[in-house]
Design a protein around this ligand. Structure first.
Ligand SMILES: *Cc1c(COP(=O)(O)O)cnc(C)c1O
Length: 439
């Protein structure tokens, strides 16, 4: 109904939206950080809440008790009655979902959430110990070109060359040497369990704060399928758009003693007005994530990742760290004589989307890489299970085996399309767009 207005006003943007919807339906999405949100989340995102300025919070901190008080007006603008309700729901649902003392739901992105965490616990120039990007870490964990690397004195830890997992003895030794103000525990490409309890032990040994970044695994943590960092960390950040399957954005969770500082650093420290339409969509996401269906979904996501990994192993691929405990894996392509870049590009030509990724101690440049990262959250949302993962592995292998034979591509592409057709994505939306653009 509303898309018709978009079509009339701006047919070019309408086309971009329609084509992207068809692309998402018509291909196999294996990017580990992507997912498909529900129509309920999309409805909140596309609402008039985007119109509202609401700098501040839906509560005030009581000076005497140090408690958060929803009965007091904490905004710098009038008219916040209803966005206050939405933001309070988001906060209370997130607190319950993760068992956190306090949650700030305003960060626009995972990177901003990390910025908030670092500036709540430290000052520019402090030593920050984070996982190296090419060993699975994230840009915002101390890469020199990122804000984190420019504001903090960064020391990076790496995974063990033999196990390709974090070695806590090595980490402790390094931490004793460099005496970090904070340790960041989290990753974008780490397939094994993040032992937050062991990170806490290291942090305690050297008197450092512990920041856990669960951007990737938040859905697994919410479903109880991965050890929660909340009891062990001073601050926990997460995006809401990866396994958590909410809108693009992030939250910061923290212990009571950091709550007011986190709020102050987030606004006015890092951001101006919050995106209340996104916050409302986060609230919807947290409600969905508290349900039994979501737990079953996360369980299937992990089962699918294990299945996809072992099906690839059967076909001679080496899975980094020997497999996965989560929703993602890294595939070492060196024994197949192809690079990550080549495979990423060629897979895209048959409708399989993933990203090239460095493997630990990668001999190739980060722009080329020896690996690809594969994740199952998106395909699992479509309803695919273990038999389909076997099929996906078969198609990936068929393409890689025939990578220099372009005549082999149409057959793979047709099989990809056929599989996707059996698991329709956004059917109502696609039908509506088709109807509008065909008149
Ligand atoms: C994705 C990710 C982020 C950043 O999220 P953006 O919203 O893209 O800024 C931060 N940390 C980790 C570990 C991530 O995987």
């Amino acid at each position: 109904m509303y898309s018709e207005d978009l079509y009339k006003t701006d047919p070019e943007i309408f086309a971009a939206v329609q084509n992207e919807t068809e692309r998402e339906h018509g291909g196999l999405e294996l990017i580990a950080s992507e997912n498909f949100v529900s129509e309920a989340v999309l409805a909140a995102l596309g609402s008039v809440l985007t119109n509202k300025y609401a700098e501040g919070y839906p509560y005030k901190w009581d000076k005497d008790t140090g408690q958060l008080d929803y009965s007091k007006y904490g905004r710098y603008y009038g008219g916040c009655e209803f966005v206050d309700k939405a933001e309070a729901l988001a906060i209370e649902r997130a607190k319950k979902l993760f068992g956190a003392d306090h949650v700030n739901v305003q960060p626009h992105s995972g990177t901003t959430a990390n910025m908030t965490a670092y500036f709540a616990l430290g000052e520019p120039g402090d030593v920050l110990l984070g996982l190296n990007l090419s060993h699975g870490g994230h840009l915002s964990h101390g890469h020199p070109i990122n804000f984190s690397g420019r504001f903090f004195k960064v020391v990076q830890y790496e995974v063990d060359p033999n196990t390709e997992q974090i070695n806590f003895d090595t980490l402790l030794k390094l931490a004793r040497e460099v005496k970090p103000k904070m340790i960041v525990a989290g990753a974008s490409a780490y397939p094994r369990t993040m032992h937050f309890d062991k990170f806490r032990e290291v942090a305690d040994e050297v008197g450092a704060y512990l920041v856990a970044d669960i951007a990737h695994i938040a859905g697994l943590v919410a479903a109880g399928l991965h050890i929660s960092p909340v009891p062990y960390s001073d601050i926990v950040t997460t995006t809401t758009h990866k396994t958590l399957r909410g809108p693009r954005g992030a939250i910061v969770m923290c212990k009571k003693e950091h709550a007011q500082t986190v709020d102050k650093v987030s606004f006015p420290g890092m951001q101006g007005g919050p995106l209340e339409h996104v916050i409302a969509a986060k609230a919807v996401c947290f409600k969905e994530a508290a349900g039994e269906e979501f737990k079953a979904y996360q369980k299937q996501t992990v089962a699918n990742a294990k299945a996809l990994g072992s099906e690839l192993e059967k076909r001679g691929y080496r899975i980094v760290a020997g497999g996965t405990d989560t929703h993602l894996m890294l595939v070492d392509l060196r024994n197949k004589g192809v690079t990550g870049r080549k495979v990423e590009r060629r897979l895209e030509q048959v409708g399989i989307t993933c990203n090239r990724n460095t493997i630990p101690y990668d001999p190739e440049k980060p722009f080329v890489t020896s690996g690809i990262r594969l994740g199952t959250p998106a395909l699992t949302t479509r309803g695919m299970k273990e038999p389909e993962m076997a099929r996906v592995a078969e198609l990936i292998d068929e393409l890689i085996t025939n990578i220099d034979d372009k005549d082999a591509y149409p057959a793979v592409k047709a099989k990809v399309a056929e599989l996707c057709e059996s698991y329709p994505l956004y059917p109502r939306r696609r039908a509506e767009y088709k109807q509008i653009s065909s008149v």
